[in-house]
Write a protein that binds this ligand. Structure first.
Ligand code: ATP
Length: 357
């Protein structure tokens, strides 16, 4: 198992352009870690992965696999297993022939090829499918063949670029759990690219959230969800309210803010937040941490309901609080909530977090 380190990696496609597709990215992916690059379309995820694979060379910066500086190595020398969105399988070959391909290229003996193909197919729960034609498999099965083909060469790293996006919603969820199980069992250091935040949260040991070529935050799913670094991360991961609230006081790790109703609450804040009385703080509040009620509560706000939607698990409402829309997700909401109703909202102060702009 090896770690993968990117140090100040940038990529500019056109020499004259001043915007970089990937801009000064420094991250270390731990040995055996399942690490995800997450962000909206065009944020530089695929370009970053392609530099790790060796399909692009960085304009500046370095990439290490363990002690090896691989920055300018060709892809085949890097020993990476790749899985893409469109499987890239050979449709005219059988499952076994597809999986054996990388071994054949590496001149592994026929007997070893057969043994390792059988092992790899067992690993992805496709034992006995070796003689099937690729076009006789479902999308999910094809994606598992692609995984087996990548794993069979025992790569030093696995690179996966949106491998689930061609699958329907239910199969996506099943296959993401499968991919994670297989990765855990093989222990291969893996980098996964997706724009789907739920997928990233469900699968990853850690996530790098990217925007405009830059890493906005690196953390565990828990850290990114509960302690987003800035307003972009707060809004991109799940849904979040980012409230602008006046600061009345501060300590090293908390900020006192005044709510629209007049009450003051303490909110957790990152070290070095630099806020003090008289400033305005941006406070991230997840909809599920806002409940109805609070007429006599210190953490209360009042407003008029501007949107109601029932999703089964929760009732999502939007409330106009002094011209700001505040989203709340209510479990067991009272029947008969109506547009235009005036309601009180209660925040869970220990779940709020001060974010940077
Ligand atoms: P998506 O989820 O849509 O694939 P992404 O986050 O993977 O997006 P990239 O494909 O890495 O983003 O693209 C980052 C930026 O670099 C985009 O502005 C894109 O237009 C640009 N770009 C990507 N590949 C090239 C290329 N070969 N030549 C020129 N510009 C490119």
């Amino acid at each position: 198992m090896i770690d993968v380190r990117l140090t100040a990696v940038s990529k500019r496609f056109a020499k004259s352009s001043d915007s970089a597709a990937v801009d000064d990215v420094t991250v270390t992916i731990g040995a055996g870690e399942f690490f995800t690059l997450l962000g909206p379309s065009g944020c530089g995820k695929t370009t970053t992965l392609r530099m790790v694979a060796g399909f692009y060379f960085p304009t500046s910066g370095h990439i290490h696999f363990g002690d090896d500086d691989v920055t300018h190595w060709t892809p085949n020398k890097r020993d990476t297993g790749m899985v893409f969105q469109n499987y890239a399988l050979f449709p005219h070959m059988t499952v076994a022939q597809n999986v054996a391909y990388g071994l054949k290229v590496r001149r592994v003996s026929r007997a070893d090829q057969a043994r390792r193909v059988t092992e790899a197919l067992e690993q992805v729960h496709l034992a006995g499918y070796g003689d099937r034609r690729i076009d006789a498999l479902s999308g999910g099965q094809q994606q598992r063949v692609a995984l087996a083909r990548a794993l069979v060469i025992r790569p030093r790293t696995m690179l996966l670029d949106e491998p689930l996006s061609n699958l329907d919603a239910k199969l996506r969820e099943e296959t993401r759990a499968e991919i994670r199980r297989i990765q855990r069992e093989s222990g291969t250091t893996s980098i996964y690219v997706t724009h789907d935040q739920a997928e990233a949260m469900a699968m990853s040991d850690r996530i790098a959230v990217m925007e405009s070529g830059r890493v906005q935050q690196v953390g565990t799913p828990h850290e990114i969800y509960y302690k987003p670094a800035n307003a972009f991360v707060a809004r991109f991961i799940g849904r979040s309210n980012v409230l602008s609230l006046p600061v009345t006081g501060a300590t090293d790790d908390s900020v006192a803010v005044r709510l629209p109703g007049g009450a003051t609450i303490d909110v957790g804040a990152p070290a070095g937040h630099g806020l003090g009385a008289g400033d305005t703080a941006l406070v991230s509040a997840r909809p599920e941490h806002i409940a109805l009620g609070g007429d006599d509560d210190t953490a209360a706000m009042r407003g008029r309901i501007s949107h109601v939607e029932f999703t089964g698990m929760a009732t999502n409402i939007s409330v106009d609080v002094d011209g700001n829309e505040v989203m709340a997700a209510l479990i067991d909401a009272p029947a008969g909530l109506q547009l235009g109703d005036v309601v009180g909202l209660r925040l869970v102060p220990e779940r709020l977090w001060v974010v940077k702009p």
